[in-house]
Write a protein that binds this ligand. Sequence first.
Ligand SMILES: Nc1ncnc2c1ncn2[C@@H]1O[C@H](COP(=O)(O)OP(=O)(O)OP(=O)(O)O)[C@@H](O)[C@H]1O
Ligand SMILES: [Mg+2]
Length: 469
Amino acid sequence: MANIDEEWPLAVLFFPPIAFMRAIILLLRFGGSTIAFGSDLSNSLILMFCTGSVFLVIGPYLHAVLPGQQGTGIVSHPLFCCSKRWWAKSCGRLKVEPSGRAITASLLTPPGGDDDEEHGLVYHEDPDVAQERERVSHTAPSNVPILINSLRKVYQGGYSSTAKVAVDNFCLVVDPGETFGMLGSNGAGKTTVLSCLAGNIEPTAGEAFIGGYSTATELDYVYKLLGVCPQFDVVHTDLTVETHLQFYARCKGVSPERLAAEVMITANKVGLSGDAFGTPAGELSGGMRRRLSLGIALLGNAPVVLLDEPTTGLDPDTRRSIWDIIHAERVNAGRSMIITSHNLEEVDVLCSRIGIMTHGRLQCVGTPQHLKDRFGGGFRLGITLHEKSHAARVDAFVKESLTARATRTSLINTSVMYNLPREHVSLADVFARMEDAHHNHLVQFWEVSQTSLEEVFIRVVENDETQDD
Ligand SMILES: Nc1ncnc2c1ncn2[C@@H]1O[C@H](COP(=O)(O)OP(=O)(O)OP(=O)(O)O)[C@@H](O)[C@H]1O
Ligand SMILES: [Mg+2]
């Protein structure tokens, strides 16, 4: 290493940390007396300024054009700064109107494209899903709050795993004021769809629009319309509830004059305006953190809200109060929402339409009643026997008096369950015959109910597994 008093080679001063260290040493040792042009001190300062300026440009450029891990973040074209649009936007001269273009039918291909055909796989698309795809093709993105067109996401595998198709040709339109429920088994691709909508990850193919703005190219505008409650709470343990709400409200463009009122209204909405208001997030219970995440999503009157499993892990009481909040937001504020959940009662209560996903594909879509009619087996008849040994007699009674098509779905101790196909029974007959059986002491208790969403879900998932086999 060169002596501290000798001049250092110019090349090493190109490294800003070395130039900085050299400049500090010289300043401490000789003060400003060595600053003459061409001296080591002036060279260090000039080179620090030049390299710093270059890094200031290269850093944001690489951030914009390189994807994060597994394609997270939206990646710009390498020549993005050559476009007129970028310069106009950077100079604040661009006023973007919603893209508003109708989607061309050629973009819309049913799942299982050429790849699957090559591998001998034939995918039969559900008629309702095909109709939704058709609807997407005729809808201008600016006319609806959420439009997803042929979305596909493939996660590239690491050294030890192969690429994973997480979402495959997913199409959906959400109408104004609609709450859409997205169901699916673990790993079905729900979070991936929401992450593409929120601009957290870049889709491999397809496009998505929020309020007519593309989530790929108009993310700045998308953020102003969007509230997101992620599956896992993202809170800063040292910040209080109040500070969280203030911070996110400012990020969403709430003006300083309205800030305090907006924060208080939101804290009230999610039940965090009491003692919890000044408590650091690290000291909140899991349910309270979930409320905080929900509050952050609802801040700033975002017209579109994405809620990823908003009530997972909550006690029944808290869960119901969150249902009330979500319901009120739809009815009073007219927000459009997508909710994912594993709680089928939740989507049945909150959502006007439901879609069930498996293996990244939408398997069925429609109102809860429509799905129950299409995929449910009809009615469920539950009977409590006086003794388990009466099961055979009751079996014969149900088949002879109600319908020969009745199928016994379970027999546990004295409790037996039948499935009655809707088209082969009349409810009036079932009531009359079962009342007779009760009076004749053949059965102890009985009940009849409609197929639940849970049965629909299990049937749809099982159907998909059989198709795959
Ligand atoms: N960063 C990632 N890298 C690789 N694969 C991923 C990544 N994130 C998700 N996946 C895979 O993509 C598929 C879909 O995952 P996703 O989280 O969207 O499912 P999900 O329906 O939200 O499941 P859950 O109900 O468990 O939350 C899964 O098979 C998952 O393993
Ligand atoms: Mg998920």
